[in-house]
Ligand binder design. Sequence first.
Ligand code: HDE
Length: 707
Amino acid sequence: MAKTRKSARVPSNTPVVQDQNLARGEGGELHQIASGKTPVLTTAQGGPVSDDQNSLKIGPRGPTLVEDFHFREKIFHFDHERIPERVVHARGYAAHGYFENYKSLAKHTRADLFQRAGEKTPAFVRFSTVAGSKGSVDLARDVRGFAVKLYTREGNWDIVGNNIPVFFIQDAIKFPDLIHAVKEEPDCAFPQAQSAHDNFWDFISLTPESMHMVMWVMSDRAIPRSFRFMEGFGVHTFRLVNAKNESTFVKFHWKPKLGLQSVVWNEAVKINGADPDFHRRDLWTAIKTGNFPEWELQLQLFDQDFADAFDFDILDATKIIPEEVLSPVPVGRLVLDRMPDNFFAETEQVAFMTQNVPPGIDFSNDPLLQGRNFSYLDTQLKRLGSPNFTHIPINAPKCPFAHFQQDGHMAMRNPVGRANYQPNSFGEGPRESPQRGFTPFADAQNGAKRRLRAESFADHYSQARQFFISQTEGEQAHIAAALTFELSKVKIPAIRERMVSHLLNIDETLARKVADKLGLLKMPKPADAAVPTRQDLQPSPALSIVENGPERFEGRKLGVLVSDGLDAGILKALRGALDKAGATYEIVSPKVTGVKASDGSWVEADQMIDGGPSVLYDAVALLPAAEAMSDLLIESSARDFVADAFAHCKFIGYVEAALPLFEKAGILPDQFDEGCIALTSAKLSKSFVDGLSELRVWSREPKVKLP
Ligand code: HDE
């Protein structure tokens, strides 16, 4: 016989989730618990709920009743919580801010946001990876999305860009193939968020136009330290159009105020394990602590004659105009200063669309851009489920708007009045304005209707080579290592060989290095090239991360390894210097509660050593006391902390008591270099922080032989 149990109501002891709208809504007093300000839990229909812990049953253990409308509504809503994730750029993180215009650009564009110096336009920016699903890791080797929504007084303008200024393909019709190839393979459903597999490299090796982009993706650009240290690019050539209807070609560049910085691959792999939300946490923490990230908008402006002088096509998204050939002009700054209140409502539901442009900004005939202008509207309908997605606050314009669109799922704002069409004889509703309205630039078009790729799109290797030769020696080594790693995951030898045959057209030394590391038995012939690689293109220093790195330690983080008995004076000096530099730090200690310093003061910890490996920090300081050393030396996480910091070429400040940790990590005294700095006094601790502006000790890299 089944045991009989006493019926018991589970007491409502969990905190009540506050629905601010509800609390503010009509009949607020009705929905207040008598004793205090806590609002009464209601159904979505507004009915007060008496018990949210137990479903309605017959008897204490009896069947649950369909009559329980509260239970049914709650579960029904939960069952429908997910919307389709983005096909690409599913994993993203966003913030609010503003764009501030430096001076009038009326000469080039009639766009309202560029007319007045100091004009501020609200902005929402979403950063993303491309290939992984919503729950994938932040440090995947991948392109980063850099999508900016500007709520201008003349409607929303979306610059839906990336952190890499070129793209894999030249024509939008190839996009589904590219994305199918990079995503997990359809039969086994792996690998997730990785391009290191056969399908991707099969497609790439059969698509020579992707070679320029491949060089970027194999560089450290694809593993940024954080969103705050990466550039953004509009990629395509757009047009600015002024009040006289004159057009200027334009390319958009976002330059981070903090400079460029990436991590190294071995570090990226470990960060993904230690903190898969590394980039999210970084942006959240920076903004929540008032360190607002900032980018400068710079424009490359040029006319048709300038465009015609190149032997490549400015409509080809696999090409750049080097900044040394055409300097970008600074026109304003983008500041991110507020995190969304709710991730789903804003970051997940934001709908970017390349076709969102205000009067004064226009498209070029770049076939990739033309295809995107079709795709983004389509995708929003699928994802958000209703043509009324512009009624969602994050997508709604912040300027006045008026139209006759009505009804449909979730219509929140139908036109009022009698006339829902125009012209109408009631004098009701909005009318079009030839003066203020968007007028496309009257670019004359002619030619036969054909499926063709212009010959001006045929050079696939010259700029790939230019990118490669613009990198420092260390950066070139990283590209070779990344190619080797990725191709080592490819199982079909013919794909590896085909890739090496393309590399031969880019740089022979690179090709040989990769072939050698892969153990290719014989060198393939160079791939057939429609246009031979130009050898005369000059290196462009603007393309190197190291050449454009930060000048200060500002905005970065020091990991401070401590133990009981640490030198309080040195820690105090370090903290002061870090505050002054606008940098942050975390105390990493054997126990998460903290440690007792030499002067008896308590130092709170941020991380246990296990949870705070050195890969999470830009540089480290080792401040353990001698008496704690025997315990620390048997902690493998303490050893890894030091070994990784050294292998990843980080600056390491240390007190003498920490020396046995180096030994344990396999770092001998004769390997110490200018990046290993003894902190024997408070004064030296300050100068250690000053010296961190360089970030990494790249000269160490050939010696540590990073994988
Ligand atoms: Fe996208 N892209 N894309 N893309 N793209 C999407 O739109 C597409 C391309 C970019 O944070 C989708 O809302 C096509 C280039 C970003 O919400 C989709 C083509 C560049 C984001 C789509 C491209 C981008 C997207 C998926 C080939 C850099 C994320 C969900 C012509 C300049 C925006 C969505 C966000 C998102 C289509 C190529 C950037 C499917 C057809 C080139 C940053 O509509």
